[in-house]
Design a protein around this ligand. Structure first.
Ligand code: HGY
Ligand code: MN
Ligand code: MN
Length: 414
């Protein structure tokens, strides 16, 4: 087979595929709601498997639903070079978070097939289960299982807020594979992703050469007071759980403000009984703390933990909190970052080095194989929002640099 060296992706084809697959979970506002292992997730998984098989890939599914599509190379003795990201979305997600990484990799695969280019190593495309952590906490759960951070049983037992278990849902949609997690091996992974922040756009850079991911920690808090009548209970005699939660949420915000560029957020809250004329008796909420420096993250955690009991005592309510997830700051592999730099130069795009504020499967995969990421801009830096947007040109640029970087790495294996 004659191999061409300057392989060019087809941005229009990539864009059309992004727009077409957005129908799986499409929302009226133009976003995607494709929660992990939902019926919509099953539809896009089935579509993805069929598309990869059309390209001559073998598709394997492991016991936590991670999907691995493998295109053979000249040398079957070499472990595959992987591209990967996720197809699950937030409940009010956009068309590009995670999806661009998987479909950008598909476009790279399609280009290799179109051009009859035979790589040295097999090339792999991965769809990681439950990256978002929205339906089943924590995030990056099944790339975490692959990397040995979480057990399979822990993942299977994770429940959504309706008490449904991940393991049962994997069974139900037919994606609880027979292969052991971690058994499908690869020697490196590149992940293409939208930046999900404003920097590339603000600096008119097309490519982010990602050097690592900041540290992240998630907590769950329950505030307990006493349900009582809003009309008959004097203000001074109330044990108002929602008031307690409100003050704690403000204190958590201040922990972020006091430790910039760290961030501190409360995203999920359940108020019980949530009735207009009942003083709330119990509130559940989640906390998300992040910082590039683990020592500062320790300080933020201490400040957050100190604030809660103080507020609870002032209001005569109780508070319980527990950390449910810790993902330490990660540095990516210099040799893969060099391939991204070379791939960017080859394509002629302006770029800048940057760390990732958002979590990604690459953060866990970096524990078991050399890994790095490539960012492209998104409009206004908006993500985790149905208005998430990027352009055909930016998606094409990302896929081109992804392909160039993978081939640059593959040439080192000759
Ligand atoms: O939480 C994150 O940063 C990712 O979107 N799961
Ligand atoms: Mn993502
Ligand atoms: Mn996300």
């Amino acid at each position: 087979m004659t191999a061409k060296t300057n392989l060019t992706v087809n941005p229009q084809r990539l864009w059309d595929t992004l727009m077409d697959t957005a129908r799986f979970g499409a929302t009226p506002k133009g976003g995607i709601k494709r929660l992990t292992v939902s019926d919509e997730d099953k539809k896009v998984r089935d579509w993805f498997k069929a598309e990869c098989e059309k390209l001559g890939c073998r598709v394997e599914v492991d016991e936590v639903g991670n999907m691995f599509a493998i295109r053979p190379g000249k040398r079957s003795d070499l472990l595959p070079v992987a591209m990967g990201s996720h197809l699950d979305t937030q409940p009010t997600g956009g068309k590009f978070d995670g999806v661009l990484g998987v479909l950008g990799g598909l476009e790279a695969m399609r280009t290799l097939v179109d051009m009859g280019y035979e790589t040295n190593a097999p090339i792999m495309l991965v769809n990681w289960t439950n990256e978002e952590g929205s339906r089943f906490a924590p995030a990056m759960l099944c790339s975490g299982v692959y990397a040995g951070v979480f057990s399979v049983d822990y993942a299977y037992a994770r429940e959504d807020r309706q008490g449904i278990k991940l393991g049962d849902e994997l069974e139900r949609i037919g994606y609880k594979g027979a292969i052991k997690a971690g058994a499908v091996k690869f020697q490196a992974m590149f992940e293409l992703h939208i930046e999900q922040g404003p920097i590339l756009e603000a600096e008119s850079k097309m490519i982010g050469v990602v050097t690592g991911v900041q540290g992240m920690r998630w907590y769950e808090v329950t505030v307990k007071g006493q349900e009582s009548h809003t009309g008959a209970t004097p203000m001074g005699l109330r044990r108002n759980a929602l008031l307690g939660a409100a003050r704690m949420i403000e204190a958590i915000h201040q922990v972020g403000m006091a430790n910039l560029p760290g961030v501190a957020s409360v995203g999920l809250i359940e108020n019980r009984p949530n009735s207009r004329n009942v003083v709330p008796g119990e509130v559940f909420f989640t906390v998300d703390l992040r910082h590039p420096d683990e020592a500062v993250l320790d300080l933020m955690e201490a400040q957050y933990k100190a604030a809660l009991p103080k507020i609870a005592a002032e209001l005569g309510v109780e508070v319980e909190e527990k950390r449910i997830w810790i993902s330490p700051a990660v540095k990516f592999a210099p040799e893969l970052i060099a391939c991204v730099r070379a791939g960017t130069e080859q394509a002629g795009y302006p770029s800048r080095d940057m760390a990732s504020g958002a979590g990604h499967d690459a953060a866990y995969i970096a524990r078991v194989a050399p890994t790095t990421m490539i960012f492209v801009p998104c409009l206004g830096g908006i993500s985790h929002n149905e208005a998430e947007s990027t352009t055909l040109e930016e998606c094409g640029a990302g896929a081109q640099v992804l392909l160039n970087a993978v081939l640059a790495y593959d040439r080192t294996l000759a």
